[in-house]
Ligand binder design. Structure first.
Ligand code: ADP
Length: 468
């Protein structure tokens, strides 16, 4: 079974968030299960660490009425044997919206010409999010043209589209999308705008998403505005498979970014030592008695619950806790976080993307806050558990599917200050009044299996079903 895995991010080459982690770990695990998988990625300028990429020749891609040459470079996901094909072209040097239309055309061309370029045709194209969602439609249109001309027998397409976050749908003017060569009559424009994700959804064989709860949620207008109707048409066909995490990379026992490595046996001492260094590094008073809440993530006002977090921490007595927040994104909320940092000595905000610091927050915090309005899957709560850090999550999407209230974390339901404060307070009281129970909980969450094995098996079964 040969799968073309098309993505806009792949961690260790280029990562902006969870999609990068998934596009890295899932193909690695699928390859272990015998799936012949090839990952594609634009060769962004920011991808600098590729060792000896092999130029495997130019690819002809039709776009905006012209034939363009795209240079293909073959490499692997670092330290693995999973092949990656990087597309080098001036349109693909930056991560931006219109680049992805061209990228989808590149993916479709590669799929079509795979025999000549990689030696064998692909059986399945696996697209991820709106960035690559048009590729199956492009291939379908090409097939139609072949049939009309009667020149070549049509080629075989089996497609799957995984929705990692329905918030991003790629809403672009008709004139821009027409550059792909797809006739306007195929689309469903609203006010001369085309929703790329929606168009993709209409033309793929299988739609999946990254947790069972989110698979249900996105069928409602509030979670899946603009596209829920297209999804509903499919009924039960939206398949929810919970993401995993790369348990080798996310392991406090050999995490080289941590100042001290630890496992379940040494967790108490290990975390205390990291907490001390972390507090010192981010300018918080060094004190292990105060519960340290961490947050790592994109500062995204529509999703991540930063407004709720800011309001809630202001309403709790400062002598009981500290907060460290790491993230970049929305300018307005970043400014508000900076003000919060200035106003309170027990709150620290760091406005960068920093893998090392993120890992120190997972290692050194007592709890990780994930107060999202919605969360397709969420990886940070799973990473936190691996590091013996108790997650405090809102009951939504993958958070609801991966954290059990009172056992592996604290879960709150309503998106309001009272509910989040209650959950944070429960954690503060439990740690203070029942240190033995707290340590038992910390050790327990570290035993949870969030590896990719179970999820990758489900994807492999999906591929098989698609081919049968
Ligand atoms: P999303 O996919 O919505 O961004 P996830 O929880 O699925 O959220 O994944 C977020 C990933 O991005 C995690 O690996 C997290 O460690 C990483 N991350 C997010 N923001 C930062 C940051 N500022 N610095 C370092 N890593 C970050």
């Amino acid at each position: 079974m040969r799968v073309l895995f098309a993505t806009s991010e792949c961690a260790s080459l280029y990562k902006r968030g969870g999609l990068g982690d998934v596009s890295h770990s899932l193909p690695i695990t699928l390859q272990k299960f015998g799936v012949h998988i090839v990952v594609t990625l634009p060769f962004y300028n920011e991808i600098t660490g590729v060792k000896n990429p092999v130029n495997i020749g130019p690819l002809a891609v039709d776009f905006s009425g012209k034939r363009e040459l795209v240079y293909l470079f073959k490499t692997t996901i670092p330290n693995t044997k999973v092949p990656v094909i990087l597309f080098r072209h001036k349109r693909l040097t930056e991560y931006n919206e219109t680049a992805f239309l061209f990228y989808s055309c590149c993916i479709a061309s590669l799929y079509r010409q795979a025999q000549g370029i990689v030696g064998l045709p692909f059986d399945i194209i696996h697209c991820n999010d709106w960035h690559t969602a048009l590729a199956p439609l492009l291939l379908g249109e090409e097939n139609k043209r072949y049939k009309e001309k009667g020149t070549i027998t049509s080629f075989h397409i089996r497609s799957i589209l995984t929705i990692h976050n329905i918030l991003y749908q790629g809403i672009l003017p008709v004139g821009v999308v027409k550059d792909t060569g797809i006739p306007e009559s195929v689309f469903h424009p609203t006010d001369r705008y085309i929703n790329v994700l929606r168009e993709g959804l209409e033309h793929v064989d299988v739609v999946s998403t990254v947790s069972p709860s989110y698979a249900k949620e996105i069928l409602s207008p509030s979670y899946g505005p603009h596209v829920y109707a297209a999804l509903r048409k499919r009924g039960d066909e939206v398949i929810g498979i919970l993401n995993g995490i790369d348990e080798e990379s996310w392991n406090p026992k050999n995490d080289r970014f941590l100042p001290v490595q630890y496992d379940r046996r040494t967790v108490e001492k290990g975390k205390a030592a990291i907490k001390k260094k972390l507090q010192d590094a981010v300018g918080l008073p060094v004190n292990n008695n105060r519960l340290l809440f961490g947050f790592v993530g994109r500062i995204e006002p529509n999703q991540k619950g930063i407004d709720l977090l800011m309001k809630t921490v202001r309403s709790l007595p400062d002598k009981d806790f500290q907060v460290v927040i790491l993230g970049t994104g929305n300018k307005k909320q970043m400014k508000q976080l900076k003000t919060l940092d200035k106003e309170y000595t027990h709150i620290a905000y760091i406005d960068t993307f920093d893998e090392r610091l993120a890992r120190r927050i997972y290692g050194g915090s007592d709890c990780l806050l994930v107060p999202s309005k919605f969360e397709p899957c969420g990886l940070i709560q799973m990473i936190a558990m691996r590091y013996g850090t108790i997650p405090i999550v809102r009951k939504t999407g993958g958070l609801a599917d991966s954290v059990v209230d009172g056992k592996t974390g604290f879960v709150f339901s309503d998106y309001d200050v009272d509910d989040l404060r209650r959950a944070m307070w429960k954690a503060i009281v439990k740690r203070e009044d029942d240190p033995k129970g707290w340590l038992a909980m910390v050790k327990h969450v570290m035993t949870k299996d969030f590896s990719w094995k179970a999820s990758a098996r489900q994807y492999a079964a999906l591929y098989k079903k698609l081919l049968s």
